[in-house]
Design a protein around this ligand. Structure first.
Ligand code: AKG
Ligand code: FE2
Length: 347
């Protein structure tokens, strides 16, 4: 058995009952031992809960606050303005607005009680990425759908806030890969050539507060699911009793708001790539009762043309490769096409 598989097995003996908080202060220390100490904590989190919080990250609080402010303005707009950027206008590239119940993360439910606006890497952030935009059947780089000033006075501020947030969190995501590499007993540079033009999707989400309305169990905030990309960098607001994570015993563990932190969770792409050494854990958002909730998940996949071949540290004779090799872009496209079929039906 590999070292990593053995460690995973021993960690699994005591199932997780909380989500660890990891301080990133030393993540880029000039001293290797300090970087490695952070990576060791990340390894334990990725092999067990699949979830961790980070504090002392690089993303300015002002950038986050401004995106939440703009998100509130956007979702307040009349439906006809939001429909000008409806996802059905994005040519199958998963960008734009999705109304209540158009997405359904758990097939046994009716739909998810949130609205969303999706965006990907914008040409203005990294023009060179668009030289190799990706193939049909892969998640592709392409134009975002932005509201226009003629429809909404605040359109430009909205775009600017989101792009600033996207750039800052893209940087945070890229800076985590050397730590993930160390966590997998690989050289720190292992992922460098695989995350040059990531087709990351950022979403702003709005969960309307239900107040006195009766809760329908079949329309949760977001149904139980795993994420698709390598990992998700999630910013929550302070609405209580929302995000929960399921441990192996099937218990739902709260992932409460912690000021100025991000929740990072491993997604299916990383689980597949690491031959299930990293675990992708189910989570859900309960219906929000007291008041409206806003959150910002950022789904960080690697470059679309990278084949998901497990590194040698994740394979042993008694744990051979479990999955067929697919490119990262084809894998995410396949998963997104499934989940967004509700939105397509709503055309
Ligand atoms: O809104 C949240 O807290 C979680 C969102 C989520 O799990 C997702 O968008 O995949
Ligand atoms: Fe999720």
């Amino acid at each position: 058995m590999s070292d990593l598989a053995a460690l995973q097995e021993s960690l699994a003996q005591s199932d997780f009952d909380h989500i660890p908080l990891i301080d990133l202060t030393d993540a880029h220390s000039p001293e290797f031992e300090k970087r490695k100490a952070v990576a060791d904590k990340i390894r334990n989190a990725c092999l067990n809960a699949g979830f961790f919080y980070v504090k002392n990250h690089s993303v300015p609080l002002d950038t986050v606050d401004e995106t939440f402010r703009q998100s509130k303005e956007f979702f307040k707009l009349p439906a006809e303005v939001k429909k000008t950027v409806d996802i059905t206008k994005s040519g199958g590239n998963f960008r734009g607005y999705m109304g209540l119940l158009t997405e359904n993360n758990d097939p046994k439910n009716k739909g998810d009680m949130h609205e969303a606006f999706n965006m990907g890497l914008d040409p203005s952030i990294d023009p060179s990425s668009f030289e190799d935009a990706g193939k049909d059947g892969e998640i592709k780089h392409g134009e975002n759908l932005w509201p226009e000033k003629k429809d909404w006075q605040g359109a430009e501020e909205f775009k600017k806030a989101n792009l600033d947030y996207y750039s800052a969190v893209l940087g945070l995501g890229q800076s985590l890969f050397p730590l993930f590499a160390l966590a997998l007993n690989l050289p720190e540079t292992f992922f460098d050539d695989k995350i040059k033009h990531p087709a990351a999707i950022m979403r702003i989400l709005f969960y309307p507060g239900l107040g006195e309305r009766e809760v329908d169990e079949l329309t949760p905030g977001i149904g139980a699911h795993t994420d698709f990309e390598c990992f998700t960098i999630l910013r929550q607001d302070d609405v209580p009793a929302a995000l929960q994570v399921q441990n192996r015993k099937g218990q739902w563990i709260d992932a409460p708001y912690i000021p100025d932190t991000f929740v990072i969770n491993i997604g299916d792409q990383f689980a597949r790539w690491t031959n299930d050494i990293f675990v992708s854990t189910r989570h859900r958002v309960l219906p929000t009762l007291a008041r409206d909730r806003y959150s910002i998940p950022f789904f960080f996949g690697c470059d679309h043309d990278v084949p998901l071949i497990p590194p040698e540290t994740c394979i042993t004779p008694d744990r051979p490769a479990r999955y067929d090799i697919m490119t990262a872009g084809a894998y995410v496209h396949m998963r997104l096409s499934d989940i967004y079929s509700n939105a397509e039906k709503a055309v």
